[in-house]
Design a protein around this ligand. Structure first.
Ligand code: DGL
Length: 278
């Protein structure tokens, strides 16, 4: 299986596009809804939560895990790759979602000034500023932290008029600082759920980039370049969904994010708790 992880529902917007592009593989999705959102948590806590989740997906047999969460990708991925995997899981791989979006922005070669919406944690990490600068220092990036969006989306309130009001305020503040932009990067996997609202607010000439299709294309390319990983993936078209909180609620909201009915199971990262849980 290919493991997918997010603090909650956001990663489903990525998994949806990956499944469309690579339908033959088996996928195991884990949402840590009990502890979402991660966006305003410290680096230490995000690292610990993310490592626990990745270890859990490894124990369930995933040779490859995609961290479909920008907060975890920005704050925990590098440390997991550099410190955790070599000692504990040298034959497993973990990929994130920051790098694919950064590469896309640089490779397109048409963007000069981009805006970026993300959680507080991602903005404070400056991961996007650093990575875009490395690939193309001429691109200017203006970031805006949007701490209210993930809680609104996790509550299933994306169609509430308050969501649009809040989004307008974040975008007004971003554009007041940046002026005209060529592209708006949705650097949080929850935000595609607000795509329609965002599209209504920003000018039509501004390209709005979401990560799902970009990550799907990059993952396909990664698997072509890494046959030693690809060979270990099972191919049954199965999708399994796990959550650390209420399954009924997960299934109701996950349907919106994933675009298909979903039946989840409750898990705890801690093996003892899992045995006694449900
Ligand atoms: N989907 C996560 C991201 O992409 C949301 C983080 C959070 O839990 O705040 O950043």
């Amino acid at each position: 299986m290919i493991g997918f992880f997010d603090s909650g529902f956001g990663g489903l917007t990525v998994l949806r596009r990956v499944v469309e592009a690579l339908p033959r593989y088996d996928y195991l999705y884990l949402g840590d809804n009990a502890r979402a959102p991660y966006g305003s948590r410290s680096q230490r806590v995000v690292y610990e939560f993310t490592r626990e989740a990745v270890d859990y997906l490894f124990r369930r047999g995933c040779p490859l895990v995609v961290i479909a969460c920008n907060t975890s990708s920005a704050k925990a991925l590098r440390r997991i790759q550099q410190e955790h995997l070599p000692g504990s899981y040298p034959d497993r791989r973990v990929l994130g979602v920051v790098r694919p979006l950064v590469e896309e922005v640089a490779e397109r070669k048409i963007f000069r000034k981009v805006g970026l919406l993300a959680t507080e944690g991602v903005v404070a990490s400056e991961a996007y500023l650093r990575e875009i600068e490395k690939l193309d220092p001429a691109i200017r990036v203006f970031q805006k932290a949007c701490p209210l969006l993930v809680p609104i989306i996790e509550a299933g309130e994306q169609d509430w008029e308050g969501a649009e009001l809040i989004l307008r305020r974040y975008l007004d503040e971003l554009l007041a600082e940046a002026g005209a932009i060529d592209a708006l990067l949705l650097a949080c996997t929850h935000y595609p759920i607000l795509y329609g609202t965002i599209r209504r607010i920003v000018e039509a000439r501004v390209e709005v980039l979401e990560q799902g299709p970009i990550v799907a294309a990059k993952l396909a390319d990664y698997l072509r370049r890494h046959p030693e990983i690809e060979r270990r993936l099972t191919r049954g078209g199965r999708r399994t969904f796990l959550t650390t909180d209420l399954t009924e609620r997960f299934d109701r909201l996950a349907r919106i994010f994933f675009g298909e009915p979903v039946r989840s199971r409750l898990v705890a990262f801690d093996r003892e708790a899992e045995r006694g849980g449900r």
